[in-house]
Design a binder for this molecule. Structure first.
Ligand SMILES: NC(=O)c1ccc[n+]([C@@H]2O[C@H](COP(=O)([O-])OP(=O)(O)OC[C@H]3O[C@@H](n4cnc5c(N)ncnc54)[C@H](OP(=O)(O)O)[C@@H]3O)[C@@H](O)[C@H]2O)c1
Length: 293
């Protein structure tokens, strides 16, 4: 077994006990982050094997800080974090609210919802909030501190917001506060999904088009195409770190090379009409950005 990593946050969250409902990608990430910073973590999920997986991961870097419990034991905890699928958040809020001693603070981790989804807990006197990591957390992850240094969208009632801030600070993260109202939550989440999901889809379309131009077949062609495009992306990301978006924009749209753009559209139309549509849809935005270069 690998030796435990140094504890990044020391005991910043000592004396805090947080219940985590849902031991998937996000539940695991919070369990690791909180336990490594001194908090006690109580875990529950639908399947006991999900709980065991997270307990094993926490045990490797912060032994003794986490335990699996029954759902009923979430009553009276300092705080509970709901890390379940979006369509289960409301149901679990109602279940927690029906507990004889509902938690003092409850957050959910869903980007799309505001705190309104936790209304049943508010109705029984709980402080409610949102603690959404603006990160892509895959279900298979081996990172020991996936949330450290991340950006978090937070909001909520006084005590829930104050405790969320304490956690973000212990994670050495940055906070985003949204304007009040569910419309802000939806727009914020749409922006995040457009980039993280859209980026992978855009990469897929580009990989497939590039692979077809290589003198190689099938998987080999796609592997090489993805490696090549990732290297191109690294240079774009490096430019974005030091330049404005307009100045980081390169390519024929930015140069106003209309004949080249028309040639690209025709080439894509021949092999992948969806990729052509994507190129057409992004054209006006590239063109607008190019004007500010
Ligand atoms: N993944 C990301 O990148 C990411 C980033 C930010 C926010 N989020 C948000 O975080 C939340 C969780 O997402 P996730 O990616 O962690 O999903 P996930 O990996 O699919 O995990 C969800 C977990 O919820 C558990 N669960 C489902 N229904 C349940 C129920 N009725 N009672 C108890 N546990 C239940 C499942 O339990 P079992 O395994 O026990 O069946 C599963 O482990 C979602 O709201 C999502 O939008 C996700």
């Amino acid at each position: 077994m690998d030796p435990p990593l140094p504890n990044p946050g020391g005991a910043a969250l000592e004396r805090l006990t947080v219940g985590i409902v849902g031991c998937g990608a996000v539940g695991r990430a919070f369990a690791l982050g909180l336990a490594r910073r001194g908090a006690r973590v109580r875990l529950w999920s639908r399947r006991s094997e999900s709980v065991r997986g997270v307990l094993d991961a926490v045990g490797r870097c912060a032994p003794g800080r986490a335990a699996g419990v029954e759902f009923e034991e979430f009553g009276g905890l300092d705080a509970v974090l709901l890390c379940v699928h979006d369509d289960k958040v409301g149901e679990l809020a109602r279940r927690l609210a029906a507990h004889p001693r509902p938690p003092g603070v409850t957050w959910h981790t869903c980007g799309y919802f505001g705190i309104e989804i936790l209304e049943p807990l508010r109705a029984v006197g709980g402080a409610c909030g949102k603690l959404h990591p603006l990160l892509a957390l895959p279900s298979e992850s081996h990172l020991e501190d996936p949330l450290g240094g991340g950006v978090f969208c937070i909001g909520g009632d006084g005590e829930a917001l104050a405790l969320a801030r304490r956690i973000v600070s212990a994670f050495e993260g940055r906070e985003l506060l949204l304007k009040p109202g569910e419309a802000s939550d939806r727009l914020y989440h749409a922006a995040a999904a457009l980039l993280s999901g859209g980026f992978v889809a855009l990469l897929d379309a580009s990989v497939k088009a590039l692979a077809r131009s290589l003198d190689l077949e099938g998987e080999q062609a796609e592997t090489l195409a993805q490696e090549a495009l990732q290297s191109l992306l690294e240079s774009t990301r490096a430019n974005l770190r030091t330049s404005s978006r307009g100045k980081a924009l390169t390519g024929p749209v930015a140069r106003g090379a209309e004949a080249v753009v028309a040639g690209h559209l025709a080439a894509l139309a021949d092999v992948d009409p969806q990729a052509e549509e994507l190129y057409r849809a992004l054209g006006p935005i590239m063109s607008r950005l190019g004007r500010y270069a």
